[in-house]
Design a binder for this molecule. Sequence first.
Ligand SMILES: *[C@@H]1O[C@H](CO)[C@@H](O)[C@H](O)[C@H]1NC(C)=O
Ligand SMILES: *[C@@H]1O[C@H](CO)[C@@H](O)[C@H](O)[C@H]1NC(C)=O
Ligand SMILES: *[C@@H]1O[C@H](CO)[C@@H](O)[C@H](O)[C@H]1NC(C)=O
Length: 305
Amino acid sequence: MDAMNKNKQLLLILMLSVLTTMVASYNVPAVFSFGDSIFDAGNNRFKKDCTIQANFTPYGQNYFHHPTGRFTNGRTVPDFFCQFLGIDLQKPFLQAAMEVNNNKSQGYPSNGINFASAGSGVINATNADEGVMPIHQQLDQFKLLMSQNRIDKKLVQQSLFLFESGSNDIFNFFIPFETPTLDPDAFVDAMLAEVGYLIDQIYQLGARRIGIFSLGPVGCVPARALLPGEPVTKCFGKMNKMIKKYNKGLETIVMGVPLTHPGAVAVYGAVYDIVQRFRAIPQRYGNFSDLHPGGSRIRQPHVVV
Ligand SMILES: *[C@@H]1O[C@H](CO)[C@@H](O)[C@H](O)[C@H]1NC(C)=O
Ligand SMILES: *[C@@H]1O[C@H](CO)[C@@H](O)[C@H](O)[C@H]1NC(C)=O
Ligand SMILES: *[C@@H]1O[C@H](CO)[C@@H](O)[C@H](O)[C@H]1NC(C)=O
């Protein structure tokens, strides 16, 4: 193993142990998640005008044994966190809101809320025509609940905040006729500005324990082959280059959090290298032949993550 790989492995072990310490040695009563299909617990299912749905089999078949609106056959990353913490899985925000409005429930759940929306991104315009809820809207939903005192402030301070978004923005950047006028670097900077804004806002509302997940190699997803002129037999290098730049920016933001946001702990989840490792030597990580990974459904030329 070369030095670089060894470093990466150490980093991974460090990250996992920091996360473990973060969640295990403190009392974490609730989890609030923001993101795309990697995190979505079924919000899109409650949005009638949203065309990006996972409410059919094989979604859900291996764990819940019925579709739940999650874009995976099993559990999402926030689900695994909750089980590790020993708390119930979060409801999608739109379900919780519906139950409150119908008088089916007295208030919002005390174990956190899942705001994630499959197909969404950190940029408002990403898949807007599909009716998804971008990060900004997810944040507004959380803000509204806080301003209405629907969520206990003390609970927020002890809760874990999870964020994962950006793949759909970068994938869509390469769709013809939808390409933004910004160049790749400026586009990534605009994305990072949105992430910075989210962190500022949740911090101001009391968030102190924050996990930021980077993106995997989106340039390697099967749907890249639908982009005209893009490689079919290898990963799409230009896309992965943008992903890496975004990840680097995320890491810088996370490393700066103790200074920019006193009292907060933030952890960077280095997803890219872990996924590349799975791709390089899958046999070392179990049998992947039966996997329906969250977020590789193909709709027209959109990849839904
Ligand atoms: C819920 O309860 C409130 C207050 O009791 C009532 O005004 C409202 O009509 C009820 N809503 C539904 C959908 O039953
Ligand atoms: C994104 O949409 C929200 C409304 O949901 C708006 O307040 C915000 O200014 C928009 N952001 C940008 C960069 O246009
Ligand atoms: C992997 O899983 C598939 C489907 O469950 C099964 O058919 C196959 O035999 C497994 N392969 C190995 C090497 O275990």
